[in-house]
Design a protein. Structure first.
Length: 335
């Protein structure tokens, strides 16, 4: 185990923000045992809410942040440069997850986990197979679909269903996507954003179709082997979650130390084993449960990855326009 950088002796607490159910307690306990510093893990419902809180001076020390939002945070001066001299375990991160387009040189972010979004399905409860995003618009599925009401995810799904790439910047295409969403949303049950996963809802058949991720699919499969995970033919949605350190954090040394602890191969393997998400840590792979090491839902094969796509940050004016369309959709749903 690598020697950890020393933190300020008087420091007693570190504040980490991330999705609910996304950081095993064993990791937080290991950090405290190694450093004497307790972690307050704050669960959020929206990364956009966290960004607003950072702008307002929130006292977070480490934040789990999606890759698409990194450029905005950097441009606004909200992130501290990563001090890699204090994160020796970064050497275990695969070259495939360094120096990516959203953060050249990995100056402000360190990859935490990655995976693909697809459809968690009970095919035994459906009249025909689901193989494409476009299948969600089948009227026969009305009332059978559950999704978290996330603007970016729903627009990405719709763009893929339309045959568009996620790099599209034509406002007219987003108008068309909003119209397609207007047709879809009345047929979809919205899930509470604070729910870590919706495995039981699929496993017990309440909703035979769920937009979700590998951890939803595997948790549901553990409850009912009739569950499967469909990576749609138009291409799955690739996601990357990173660690960032807010510029205003007064505990940056401990923040880098926390990232270093999480990047230990044993910790990364523990996380994959517990919450069924893919690690970018090469040295962790032999430590992962053999049943999960090559599981195609967690680590998709080359063909599925070639079709997968992640959205880069939209230009500010287009992002604002898309959000306006989203607000109009929500307002129409409430009437």
């Amino acid at each position: 185990m690598a020697t950890q950088p020393s933190a300020t002796p008087a420091l007693k607490k570190l504040i980490v923000a991330g999705w609910a159910g996304y950081m095993p307690q064993a990791v937080l306990d290991a950090f405290r045992a190694e450093t004497g510093i307790a972690v307050e893990y704050v669960s959020y419902e929206s990364q956009f809410d966290v960004i607003d809180q950072l702008r307002a001076g929130a006292e977070y020390d480490v934040v789990v942040m999606g890759n698409t939002l990194i450029p905005t945070l950097v441009a606004e001066g909200l992130l501290a440069p990563i001090d890699y001299s204090q994160i020796p375990n970064f050497r275990y991160v695969s070259a495939n997850f360094r120096d990516l387009t959203y953060d050249p040189g990995s100056r402000y972010s360190v990859v935490y986990q990655w995976g693909v979004g697809g459809l968690v399905v009970r095919p035994d409860l459906l009249d025909r197979p689901i193989t494409r995003w476009a299948d969600l618009w089948d009227p026969a599925l009305a009332g059978k679909i559950a999704m978290w009401p996330e603007e970016d995810q729903l627009f990405m799904i719709t763009l893929k269903a339309m045959g568009q790439t996620l790099t599209v910047t034509d406002p007219a295409v987003f108008d068309q996507a909003a119209e397609r969403l207007r047709q879809l949303l009345p047929n979809v049950t919205e899930l509470d954003l604070s729910m870590p996963n919706a495995a039981e809802l699929v496993a017990n058949g309440d909703y035979p179709v769920l937009y979700g991720w590998s951890y939803d699919a595997l948790a549901a499969y553990a409850l009912n082997p009739a569950v499967t995970f469909v990576l749609p033919e138009e291409g799955a949605l690739l996601w990357i979650d990173t660690f960032v350190v807010p510029a205003q954090s007064e505990r940056k040394v401990a923040a880098f130390q926390f990232i270093n602890v999480v990047l230990q191969p044993e910790m990364c393997a523990l996380i994959t084993n517990e919450i069924y998400v893919a690690t970018a840590n090469d040295q962790a792979m032999p430590l992962i449960d053999p049943a999960l090491q090559h599981h195609p839902w967690i680590f998709p094969n080359g063909e599925a990855l070639l079709r997968a796509e992640y959205m880069l940050e939209l230009p500010a004016d287009l992002a604002a326009y898309r959000h306006q369309l989203w607000e109009q959709l929500l307002a129409a749903m409430e009437r």
